[in-house]
Design a protein around this ligand. Sequence first.
Ligand SMILES: Nc1ncnc2c1ncn2[C@@H]1O[C@H](COP(=O)(O)OP(=O)(O)O)[C@@H](O)[C@H]1O
Ligand SMILES: [Mg+2]
Length: 212
Amino acid sequence: MAFSILLKLVKRGAEADIYLTTWNGRKSILKIRKRKDYRNELLDNRIRTLRTIREAKMISEVKSFGVSTPLVYFVDQKKCEIFLQFVPGKLARDLPNGTIIKICKEIGRIVGTLHKNGIMHGDLTTSNFILARERLVIMDFGLAQKTEKVEDHAIDLRLFKEVLNSAHVNIVSKSWESFLLGYQKIVGRTRMERVISQVSVIEKRGRYANVV
Ligand SMILES: Nc1ncnc2c1ncn2[C@@H]1O[C@H](COP(=O)(O)OP(=O)(O)O)[C@@H](O)[C@H]1O
Ligand SMILES: [Mg+2]
């Protein structure tokens, strides 16, 4: 197939394969949600279609309140494929420690803006942010949800904190502090404190679960 010659596998993920390709002459990322053989076929199709549509919708919605995301070039619902604008830059995960600490404030602002507009990201890791020409771009919205709940927003923060703890262990407290500064700027002190206290609740629950 001539088309496939233009595909270069970037990442084989648990949920999707990511290819570098072109779309109408523009450099593009093709995200294909793969069939899972262990799942019932009907259910599997439904999950993959839902996440594909959700990702495309959320990306566009989030843009409307000023958060940088890749453009969606094309969505093929049937094949569970999305063509996205290729964003050149480095993953936040791979930046030097000092830079990570600094951009955590911007990550906090972005997450605060999502939450303020009633959107939970659902997969907040440092691999889902690209630093492109001084601009931080957030991606991977397949698990995003519309929710205003403190509990749901706390799940986002808890995951991000866990990612700092596992992938950026030497800079956890500085990055977390920086993240919260940015987050507070957007959602305000009272809301931030409510979310953080819910993060503590989740953490305690986790600890007890480990003990039992
Ligand atoms: N629009 C894009 N521009 C550049 N790189 C991208 C883009 N989308 C995804 N990638 C790369 O592919 C990786 C996985 O994409 P992502 O959408 O996060 O899927 P996954 O569900 O596998 O995490 C990202 O961490 C990034 O390295
Ligand atoms: Mg990702």
